[in-house]
Design a protein. Structure first.
Length: 260
């Protein structure tokens, strides 16, 4: 199993999941060209992708979809609420490829098992995912205002987790963003802080999680160094490897030869 963040941030998000002969994407933000280039940079290709799983309808997670599907039609999985929010034209390429789901669903592609679960975010509907293949589980939850019991339960026991560490609260408060945007970021429907990420990461570490990838870091209200320092304080006692996803480059969470 191989899991790689192709890029992560407010300008675009996309993650590659390879399991045996199966290749899927989580989200398709940014441009189609950037996505295809990023895939090639890690030795993959868009032609291997059979399915794209969308977390929610915001553009930094969906912008490349229509152009990408014209080049390479494949199945697109999205909650019915997110699909409705996108006002997808009937008989368009996205409409033709779309498989609508409820906020909680499971889907199997061969031996790859995918489980979706709802997370709090200021979109019409937002979900996180757990991918399981050959007794290895990887969790991905990137746009989340706060950690619910559902989020904890659904990713508890994952060997590796990609989780949002969007901002340092004090940097937000002291930063240049307008008050309404600061309020949104810090709200329960916004994005996860470093402190909240550290708390849940420590809890997962106590249940066996061994690798963490910190994602969706704010360019203005965070730094990789601050995010890593905060989360490592909670996870170092458990021997967890913690890395920060890059905004415009691929970052590996799990390699096929990892022994975790």
């Amino acid at each position: 199993m191989r899991v790689i963040s192709l890029y992560s941030g407010s300008s675009g998000n996309c993650t590659l999941v390879e399991a045996g002969e199966h290749t899927v994407l989580l989200d398709a933000g940014g441009s189609a060209k950037a996505l295809i280039t990023a895939l090639e940079s890690v030795g993959s290709t868009i032609h291997r992708v059979t399915d794209i799983f969308i977390t929610h309808e915001h553009g930094d997670h969906t912008h490349a979809l229509s152009t990408l599907l014209k080049k390479h039609p494949c199945r697109v999985h999205m909650t019915d609420q997110s699909a409705s929010a996108m006002n997808i034209q009937k008989n368009s390429i996205l409409d033709t490829c779309l498989i609508r789901h409820g906020a909680e669903f499971t889907y199997d592609i061969g031996e790859l098992h995918i489980e979706a679960f709802p997370v709090p975010h200021d979109s019409r509907a937002c979900v996180g995912y757990r991918f399981t293949y050959s007794d290895t589980s990887v969790g991905i939850v990137t746009d989340i205002g706060y950690v619910t019991q559902t989020v904890y339960d659904c990713l508890c026991g994952c060997e590796a987790v990609m989780i949002e560490a969007n901002h340092d609260r004090e940097m937000v408060r002291q930063g240049s963003y307008p008050a309404v945007l600061k309020s949104r970021i810090l709200s329960g429907g916004g994005h996860l802080s470093n402190d909240d990420c550290a708390e849940i990461s420590g809890a997962w570490a106590r249940q066996g999680t061994k690798k963490l990838l910190l994602a969706h870091l704010s360019e203005e209200n965070n730094t990789p160094e601050i995010a890593l320092e905060t989360v490592k304080k909670a996870t170092d006692p458990y021997g967890v490897t913690v890395i920060a996803a890059k905004r415009d480059e691929a970052t590996v969470l799990l390699e096929s030869n990892d022994n975790i």
